[in-house]
Design a protein around this ligand. Structure first.
Ligand code: NAP
Length: 285
């Protein structure tokens, strides 16, 4: 079997053309241009490259994005003040803090200081809590993008077995909740799970967010499964995911590539969340 490639790049372009640009035009007709601020502390190569991708997609969607750069000596208090300023600025609809942060700054404190209505990464306790309860919220970007990719192949998750490897707050946990909301039966694996291949053997969908290159191999997955690879690694200058694409794509019916899979969808969801945040603000005015 040769798997269908679920191209996140193509799904993101479709969402941009069919949905996001129209929403932005509609807001602009009310004199609102959705505006995203990205806080970047230090000059980590990878973070800077992610930020550029976000800026590029924002510009394609017609929204404003502004990167506020700070050197890595900035104090926690100064960052918190900056976020307070942004929380009170009516012309800014979304803010994200590019992670990681230097060790002297508490990620929890910083993220929790973002007003939930502007938390377009969906990381604040309020938005995570709403997601858990199934209430309308700003859903964190990578899980949201994964669900859109599954929707793009018209997959009905009702009654399906989904195995998620990884239980991080930003990927594994939220995506497992979203799959359960669509009536899937979810198995969660993590570093203490015994015999992971046995948890994959009856999976219809496998979502891998483990942070280890080529962790899942073709001999471990059942024929015909759908595989979402969240990982991203650079090995000898070549990008790969948490899934061994060559062997797994021989068994799967559909698979996301790295690069060009989950990454572009994460960026697309961030821009979509900024537009949603701007729409909500316009309704409340
Ligand atoms: P993370 O916070 O490092 O979490 C990794 C998870 O994998 C943890 O739950 C950990 O278990 C589990 N794990 C580690 N070793 C394991 C093992 N040997 N067996 C089973 N489970 C194991 O990672 P993350 O933030 O979710 O990111 C995962 C990957 O996705 C990374 O490569 C990251 O760069 C990538 N990523 C990509 C995007 C994108 O947009 N493409 C977005 C986010 C993340 P414990 O909880 O027990 O420690």
């Amino acid at each position: 079997m040769t798997a269908t490639i679920i191209s996140g790049k193509e799904v993101a372009e479709k969402i941009l053309t069919n949905d996001l640009r129209k929403k932005v035009e509609n807001l602009q007709s009310k004199n609102i241009t959705p505006t995203l601020v990205v806080i970047l502390v230090g000059d980590l190569g990878a973070s800077a490259s992610y930020v550029r991708q976000k800026e590029k997609f924002a510009s394609k969607a017609g929204i404003n994005s502004e990167v506020r750069k700070f050197n890595d000596q900035i104090s926690e208090e100064e960052i918190l003040k900056e976020i307070e300023k942004i929380n009170n600025d009516k012309n800014i609809h979304g803010v994200i803090v590019q992670l990681p942060l230097p060790d002297h700054i508490s990620i929890t404190k910083v993220l929790n200081s973002i007003h939930p209505s502007k938390d377009v990464d969906g990381f604040t306790p309020t938005n995570v809590g709403k997601l858990f309860l199934g209430e309308e919220t700003l859903v964190s970007c990578t899980p949201k993008g994964i669900m859109q990719m599954l929707a793009s192949i018209n997959l009905d998750l009702k009654g399906k077995n989904v195995t998620v490897i990884g239980r991080s707050n930003i990927v594994g946990k939220p995506v497992s909740i979203l799959c359960q909301q669509q009536h899937a039966t979810v198995t969660m694996c993590h570093s203490r799970t015994r015999d992971i291949p046995s948890k994959l053997s009856d999976a219809d969908v496998i979502i891998v967010a483990v942070g280890k290159p080529k962790f899942v191999t073709g001999d471990q997955v059942p024929s015909g499964c759908i595989v979402i690879d969240v990982g991203i690694h650079s090995i000898d200058g070549k990008l790969c995911g948490d899934v061994d694409f060559d062997s797994v794509s021989q068994k799967a019916s559909a698979i996301t590539p790295v690069p060009g899979g989950v990454g572009p969808m994460t960026v697309c969801s961030l821009i979509e969340n900024t537009i949603i945040a701007a729409e909500r603000l316009s309704y409340s005015e």
